[in-house]
Design a protein around this ligand. Structure first.
Ligand SMILES: Cc1cc2nc3c(=O)[nH]c(=O)nc-3n(C[C@H](O)[C@H](O)[C@H](O)COP(=O)(O)O)c2cc1C
Length: 168
């Protein structure tokens, strides 16, 4: 029996919104929970695992990194991330590329990213340092994301991953 897990880390709610859109879209036996609520060896019990995270300092938040390291080999996986940087920019891709390399023994079926508004506190702190000024200006335009289009894209991504998982 196939069982699907959607697990995520989300500090300000953007990644959680995407996780919920994916959860709503997938059919069958399914569970959704933050990574911090995962039990020891819980990942074993699922046939497909969606893992979501925000990009933090070009990388993956530590609690997610710990989960990625524990994915059993050959497990079907799909990753999604939210980020303040422009979609497709190197700054937005790096963390996902790192996640992909780190989990090379899993069967990664696909990845999805979209922008997510950056908290005013983070923008304020980063805006004070000259080397982050340009990034803060660029990231400000993420302030309407995730939006309806992002949620539709996340749902399409989830359907596509389900199709791929069924073929294997
Ligand atoms: C401490 C911190 C560091 C961040 N670093 C990056 C970064 O390196 N690149 C980027 O694109 N976005 C960065 N962001 C923006 C977040 O990735 C983005 O706002 C994300 O949608 C937050 O997700 P969440 O609401 O699920 O926590 C950072 C945000 C914070 C608070």
């Amino acid at each position: 029996m196939s069982k699907i897990l959607i697990t995520y880390f989300s500090k300000t709610g953007n990644t959680k919104i995407i996780a919920e859109a994916i959860f709503k879209t997938v059919d069958g036996e399914k569970a959704i929970k933050p990574v911090k609520e995962l039990l020891d060896n819980e990942l074993e019990g699922y046939s497909l695992i969606f893992i979501g995270f925000p990009v933090y300092s070009h990388s993956i938040p530590f609690p997610v990194e710990a989960v990625l390291k524990n994915i059993p080999p050959n497990k079907k996986t799909a990753f999604f991330s939210t980020h303040g940087s422009l979609t497709g920019s190197r700054l937005a891709r790096e963390a996902l590329e790192y996640a992909t390399v780190m989990t090379s023994k899993t069967k990664l079926l696909g990845t999805f990213t979209c922008r997510g508004k950056v908290s005013p506190e983070a923008l304020e702190v980063l805006g004070k340092s000259p080397e982050h000024k340009a990034w803060v200006e660029m990231a400000a335009s993420a302030d309407t994301h995730p939006d309806e289009n992002d949620l539709e894209d996340a749902a399409s991504f989830a359907r596509w991953i389900m199709t791929l998982a069924a073929q294997d």
